[in-house]
Write a protein that binds this ligand. Structure first.
Ligand SMILES: [Zn+2]
Length: 280
């Protein structure tokens, strides 16, 4: 006899989690509902974001609109002139007993966006932001996953075709792309300039297939240069003997850098720093 089809039942703990999630969502709605009427739809405007990119400026734009709508306090006789206002969402003002409200616009903005930590952030904004993030994570789950996959594919393609940089002696440290570790990587011409500078310092450029490393060594240590970022070259110093396998605790002695703008007595500056690092 064939068994009748039964839908998958939620376990008791799944059921409990779902109930708690519903309750959190209701409580968040309740908190946002405590804001004055004219701000409620603004606080729920995260629904209007249609792409992940739309979400990036949402909080700042929201803070801006709230600041514009804040009621400026009448000027106090005792205080020098600087417009101030209480938070129109939660009614809070500065923590200082001598001040009313927040300075406009910066003090109120900091309270709204949570500048300098969450401690003094507007709790209604905190809740609105959490609702927004949950909503966006659900809404954009598929496009986020697609974007992550595309990114991984692009990276795999670049790793298979571009010049890679090795900046440690350990095989287990995979060679990296020009812009892997740094926000502003050097241009091709700039990299050539840095390579010339390394040559002046006595570094050898060792290239195996597409993997390049810049090395200077003596009997006691080996120095790996990393010229990938704009404005400076970083040097990592490793004590000899270099173990075949990377130790659990990174055996890098230390690192230092030389700024591109330094022109005079470069070799002297390099050796001073290298010797300081070795002496340590
Ligand atoms: Zn507030």
């Amino acid at each position: 006899m064939r068994r009748a089809f039964t839908p998958t039942l939620l376990s008791a703990s799944d059921e409990r989690i779902r109930r708690l999630e519903d309750e959190i969502s209701e409580l968040r709605d309740l908190v946002v509902g405590l804001a004055p009427t004219n701000f409620r739809s603004l606080l729920r405007s995260y629904y209007l974001c249609k792409t992940r990119e739309d979400t990036y400026g949402w909080k700042d734009d929201l803070a801006e609109k709230i600041i514009e709508a804040a009621d400026v306090l009448p000027q106090q006789q005792s205080s020098y002139f600087s417009p101030r206002a209480y938070c129109p969402l939660c009614g809070f003002g500065s923590m200082s007993p001598h001040e009313e409200g927040f300075s406009l616009p910066e003090g109120l903005r900091r309270h709204l966006v949570g500048w300098g930590g969450r401690t003094h952030q507007c709790q209604i904004m905190v809740v609105a932001e959490r609702s927004a993030r949950d909503y966006w994570n659900r809404e954009f789950a598929q496009t986020d996953a697609e974007e992550a996959r595309r990114k991984a594919e692009r990276k795999a393609e670049r790793l298979a075709t571009e010049t890679l940089f090795r900046t440690t002696p350990y095989d287990s440290d995979a060679p990296e792309l020009l812009d892997d570790r740094y926000r502003s990587a050097r241009s091709k011409e700039d990299l050539k300039w840095a390579e010339d500078r390394l040559e002046q310092l006595g570094f050898q450029a060792l290239k195996r297939e597409r993997v390049i490393s810049y090395i200077l060594e003596d009997d006691n240590c080996v120095v790996y240069a990393d010229p990938r970022t704009e404005g400076q070259i970083t040097f990592r110093v490793f004590k000899k003997p270099i173990p075949k396998r990377k130790p659990n605790r990174f055996s890098i002695t230390s690192s230092f850098s030389l700024q591109d703008r330094w022109k005079s007595d470069l070799k002297g500056k390099f050796l001073t720093r290298l010797n300081e690092v070795i002496a340590r």
